[in-house]
Design a protein around this ligand. Structure first.
Ligand code: THU
Length: 161
């Protein structure tokens, strides 16, 4: 038997203003994208903004449904849109921000498991990591270098032969 520790580097910024200009701009776009979330059931609105290698920015927001599982998270709305519109273009970063009509979200919103899996698929497809920026409505911003950092032991196409 052998043991292995899995670690990753997480950068924590005290506020949005501490980020680089490029990252700040992308996060502000994610904040803006929250406004068009359709979240009448959870009252939890999420915005996502992707930066592509060609400079394009693609946004998404959560789209809920009376049949709850039929809804989709902001991250997947954004990444599928990028895949549909710019299929061969590398995604360099994704910024995520969440707010709620019920309380002030003051901790960074990390993507759910399904979104991690979907983002992982695109990392594998493009053979390049996607940087993640995560924020609530106020407070700290977390940054990590790759979705694989927060989805260790991912199931990927390498299993499908
Ligand atoms: N949600 C996202 O959009 N992204 C996440 O990573 C977590 C959750 C949405 C789904 C649902 O519309 C609402 O937030 C509450 O779960």
């Amino acid at each position: 038997m052998k043991k292995q520790n899995v670690t990753f580097e997480l950068e924590i910024y005290e506020s949005l203003e501490e980020l680089s200009k490029v990252d700040q701009k992308l996060m502000r776009t994610a904040v803006e994208a929250r406004k068009n979330a359709y979240a009448p059931y959870s009252n939890f609105q999420v915005g996502a903004a992707l930066l592509l290698e060609n400079g394009e920015v693609v946004i998404g927001n959560n789209q809920e449904n009376a049949c709850y599982p039929a809804g989709l998270c902001a991250e997947r709305v954004a990444i599928f849109q990028a895949g549909a519109k710019y299929p061969g273009v590398v995604i360099t970063s994704i910024a995520i921000s969440a707010t709620s009509m019920n309380y002030q979200v003051d901790t960074p919103a990390a993507p759910c498991g399904n979104c991690r899996q979907s983002i992982s698929e695109y990392e594998v497809k493009q053979k390049q990591p996607i940087q993640l920026l995560m924020m609530g409505e106020v407070g700290e911003v977390m940054k990590c270098n790759s979705i694989s950092d927060i989805l260790p032991l991912a199931f990927t196409n390498s299993f499908l032969k």
